[in-house]
Design a protein around this ligand. Structure first.
Ligand code: HEC
Ligand code: HEC
Ligand code: HEC
Ligand code: HEC
Length: 197
């Protein structure tokens, strides 16, 4: 009995040490912080006022649109138990990082912000920490803890499982109709920083 116990503790200590040394054990996971936390640094006219551009876009209204007549009618047609603005079936693409199983968004995500910054740029707590450090330390690389979204990110929502999907929403240069075109769609939501290239 005594002996087993010693081995047990030795094992625990070894594993704990291994965890401290293993590089993957130190890799932090970013958490969602909400769009309000981007406004203070990304709303200056001189650097592109990204927050204002987004707040006037359809993405900001993505929860609101679930309360429209069209949405309510669609909800009935699909036999949803609850109104669309409360249904995981709709919220999963109309609210940032909505967790269908848990039936809620992460704590700091405000659902009425619809599709917020972090829907495309990813959970940003590490970027926020970097940005605060960067105010004193100019060597911090602010592109590191960030995602500039690829086409695949858009297509997690802009795809044919959306009940209002229109396969001919966009027209390519050669006349082909498609449901989503990354280049044209990106231009519609553009919020560049004019001080960069
Ligand atoms: C404390 C200030 C601060 C906060 C808060 C902040 N950022 Fe930033 N962010 C910066 C600075 C400074 C840069 C570097 C200059 C630039 O690209 O505008 C930057 C750069 C970026 C970039 C461009 C990265 C690249 O690869 O070029 C993105 C995207 C971004 N931030 C998104 C966000 C989002 C989303 C939030 C909120 C969840 C946020 N930021 C919150 C200061 C901040
Ligand atoms: C797979 C993701 C996804 C799901 C699930 C989803 N939507 Fe959407 N919804 C979108 C996207 C993306 C758009 C923007 C239009 C586009 O580009 O397809 C949109 C647009 C809309 C619009 C605006 C009309 C339009 O054609 O632009 C309404 C209304 C709407 N959705 C209602 C709903 C309702 C109601 C539900 C639930 C029954 C729902 N959506 C579920 C992704 C989704
Ligand atoms: C629907 C997706 C989407 C949303 C929502 C979104 N962005 Fe972006 N953002 C992009 C894309 C795509 C780019 C890169 C565009 C390019 O380089 O062609 C970008 C670029 C940026 C850049 C870099 C600009 C530059 O020229 O260096 C910043 C900063 C940024 N976004 C901040 C924000 C903030 C803050 C919010 C919320 C208020 C936000 N974004 C919301 C998709 C999004
Ligand atoms: C989390 C889901 C989600 C992601 C990710 C997403 N979208 Fe959307 N998008 C929507 C929804 C929902 C709407 C409809 C909102 C409405 O009608 O109010 C929409 C609407 C749009 C519209 C039409 C409305 C407008 O603002 O002009 C464009 C263009 C668009 N998205 C581009 C993009 C691009 C480009 C990306 C990727 C860089 C992207 N979206 C990523 C959910 C998403």
């Amino acid at each position: 009995m005594q002996r087993t116990r010693k081995i047990g503790i030795g094992f625990v200590v070894t594993v704990a040490l291994a965890l401290l040394v293993a590089p993957w054990a130190q890799a932090q996971e970013a958490e969602y912080i909400g769009t309000k936390n981007c406004r203070m640094c990304h709303n200056k006219k001189t650097t592109g006022a990204q927050w204002t551009v987004w707040s006037k876009s359809g993405h900001k209204k993505a929860l609101e649109v679930l309360k429209s007549e069209e949405s309510v009618a669609l909800g009935k047609e699909l036999g949803l138990e609850k109104p669309p603005s409360e249904s995981p079936e709709c919220l999963k693409c109309h609210v940032t990082a909505y967790d269908v199983k848990a039936k809620k968004a992460p704590a700091k995500i405000v659902p009425s912000d619809g599709v917020g910054c972090e829907s495309c740029h990813g959970a940003s707590s590490l970027h926020l920490a970097d940005a605060k450090k960067a105010m004193k330390d100019k060597s911090i690389d602010l592109t590191k803890n960030h995602h500039i979204p690829s086409e695949a990110v858009c297509k997690t929502c802009h795809n044919d499982s959306s009940p209002t999907w229109k396969a001919d929403r966009y027209t390519l240069k050669d006349g082909t109709k498609v449901g989503f075109d990354f280049e044209q769609a990106k231009k519609k939501i553009a919020h560049p920083n004019p001080t960069k290239k």
